[in-house]
Ligand binder design. Structure first.
Ligand code: FMN
Ligand code: ATP
Length: 307
């Protein structure tokens, strides 16, 4: 899959699915499956991902564009296009959005959209709008049914709420895979290594939605290798009084220098809350117990495990 950012392009003939796709959850994947099925040998399959990076900084996302690319990298989609979702694009009347972006720029011959899709100014566009303009602009609409899980329609909003409320396992069920975070490994205070617990401190995107504070069992992808780990997301009351959250992963059976590298973290399961211990040695003792309780679990999960 090719991934490009921008607005300036011309595609001859395509089948296309558009939207924010925040979470790439089970519902989004049904749309993507349909997109792949609809692709013909003379057309390009395009995932038009509306990129909210230019939106208010308060609007946190489940996934950044980089994370979406990582999840979709092995899919059969030809092109993922991250298209800035600017105020101008938001204000477009539904017909103008269809004509100027989907037809004129991207050559849509097939448009795949969910039953409840909404787009254009004041979210006036719907699946009916797409169908209404089918013959005028000479395209076909394909509409997969709404995907439900345990009786509930899968939505990004529902998943965001579960992540924020600390229900990562439930969020993962609705996502269909373990919640992912990409970050750059930055320098910490190097206290952990004094007790044999070096940690990779991650810097993630400013608009990334954070899980509730706590210690989680994680799998990391480091230099294309999968490494088991335990990750602390939150404060570190045992070692400092800082009021900002850090994301620190203790990578098990791993000793390479990875400062400056990007790693991807799969947050698999919540283990416990952050505790105030009397020293870093006490933190390490607890972490050793955590490892003991979680190793078996981690032996049985895979990167991007689809639930
Ligand atoms: C798996 C794990 C669990 C942790 N649990 C706690 C905790 O319960 N309480 C706490 O104050 N700090 C906790 N920490 C944070 C450590 O105190 C911190 O990582 C350590 O001081 C190393 O910091 P450094 O990266 O700046 O060297 C945890 C860290 C990890 C990796
Ligand atoms: N549960 C679902 N089942 C099937 N299709 C879905 C589901 N959720 C979203 N879609 C479709 O995925 C595409 C991208 O949706 P988009 O992310 O833009 O917003 P959405 O429809 O509000 O979804 P969500 O509430 O999950 O963010 C749209 O065509 C949408 O209709």
């Amino acid at each position: 899959m090719k991934h490009i950012f921008g607005t300036d392009m011309k595609v001859g003939k395509s089948c296309i699915a558009f939207g924010q796709f925040d979470g790439l959850h089970k519902g989004h994947m049904a749309v993507i499956d349909e997109l792949i099925k609809e692709k013909t040998s003379d057309s390009t399959s395009i995932l038009l991902s509306l990129d909210y990076v230019c939106d208010s900084i308060n609007e946190k996302v489940i996934y950044t564009e980089e994370e979406k690319e990582l999840i979709l990298r092995n899919s059969s989609i030809d092109l993922m296009l991250s298209y800035p979702f600017t105020a101008d694009v938001k204000r477009m009347e539904p017909e103008r959005f269809i004509k100027e972006i989907l037809i004129d720029k991207l050559g849509a011959k097939t448009i795949v959209a969910g039953e409840k899709c909404r787009f254009g100014r004041d979210c006036k566009g719907s699946i009916m709008t797409l169908k209404h303009f089918e013959s005028k602009y000479n395209y076909k609409v394909v509409c997969p049914k709404t995907v439900k899980y345990k009786g509930q329609a899968v939505t990004s909003k529902l998943i965001k709420d579960e992540i924020c409320e600390g229900n990562i396992n439930k969020a993962n069920e609705f996502l269909g895979h373990a919640f992912k975070m990409i970050g750059e490994v930055v320098h910490g205070k190097a206290i952990g290594r004094t007790v044999g617990m070096p940690t990779a401190n991650l810097k993630v995107a400013d608009n990334k939605l954070m899980p509730q504070n706590g210690v989680y069992a994680t799998l990391s992808e480091v230099d294309s290798k999968v490494v088991k780990g335990l990750t602390n997301i939150g404060l570190r009351p045992s070692v400092d009084n800082n009021d900002y959250i850090t994301i620190e992963t203790y990578l098990l059976d791993f000793s390479k220098d990875i400062y400056g590298k990007k790693i991807a973290l799969d947050i698999h399961t919540y283990i416990r809350g952050v505790i105030k211990f009397s020293s870093i040695d006490e933190v390490k003792k607890q972490v050793d117990k955590d490892i003991h309780s979680i190793r078996k679990y981690l032996d049985n999960v895979k990167l991007l495990d689809v639930i």
